[in-house]
Design a protein around this ligand. Structure first.
Ligand code: SAM
Length: 224
């Protein structure tokens, strides 16, 4: 693991409380107006029985799915966030697992046992192929991978090339103690990594700000 990946992982330990409050108090406008509904609708359209939520954070998506009668298992590398998820949902299934250890996913989630694997704003590293390979193993035949991420065009800020960026959370109402490195990908790069990980891209959507039309996220749907 590189130093920058270590910083990315440790930021989610340092920022767990601020992130949990930010999500639960619904302080992120893009989530309120479009992206939460976009990922929920994309999952519900697939009518899954069991979903794997990769990088589940404090667990809002698992809770929402379970309330809709869909079984969900959440995995995340942040002990603080998984603790928050378990506290809010004592009957839920949440595991602490860092992407660097994702070879061990099969010990926690039986191979072929999930209909959908979802990564909601949770693929932030440069080397995500091992995560996608492990997701594929957890999926049943022809199961579906859903990735929602920041929209590359909106997030590019004039530099449309793959590479590391820094999120300082200056926009946040809560105080995030640690800046987060994250790896920016172009649209081509997202498509390439999904295909190279053994998936067939089926659909690409661009949830927008309903009033302004601003591109808020990129949603990729791919089949194992
Ligand atoms: C922006 S949050 C999104 C959380 C959640 N999916 C949501 O929609 O609120 C990114 C998540 O990815 C997780 N994550 C980042 N790097 C990780 C790693 N190396 N291993 C496991 N989880 C990681 C973080 O702990 C965090 O929960």
């Amino acid at each position: 693991m590189t130093g920058v990946s270590d910083q990315l992982d440790s930021s989610w330990d340092s920022n767990a409380a601020a992130w949990t409050a930010t999500v639960r108090e619904r302080l992120i406008e893009s989530r309120r107006v479009a992206t939460d509904a976009a990922i929920l609708n994309a999952i519900r359209d697939l009518a899954p029985h069991r979903v794997l939520d990769i990088g589940c954070g404090e667990g809002w998506l698992c809770r929402a799915l379970q309330q809709a009668g869909v079984a969900c298992v959440g995995v995340d590398g942040s002990v603080g966030l998984v603790d928050a998820a378990r506290t809010a949902d004592p009957d839920g299934v949440y595991h602490v697992l860092r992407y660097t250890d994702f070879g061990g996913l099969n010990d926690l989630v039986a191979p072929g046992s999930c209909d959908v694997a979802v990564c909601n704003f949770s693929l932030l590293h440069d080397d995500i192929a091992p995560v996608l390979h492990a997701a594929r193993a957890a999926l049943r035949a022809h199961g579906t991978l859903l990735i929602q991420t920041v929209h590359p065009w909106s997030a590019s800020d004039g530099d449309y090339t793959d590479g590391w960026r820094t999120e300082d959370f200056a926009w946040a109402e809560r105080r995030f103690p640690q800046a987060m490195p994250w790896y920016f990908r172009t649209l081509q790069s997202w498509v390439d990594i999904v295909r190279a990980s053994g998936f067939t891209l089926q659909a690409l959507d661009e949830p927008k700000q309903p009033e302004t039309g601003k591109l808020l996220s990129l949603m990729l749907r791919a089949r194992a």
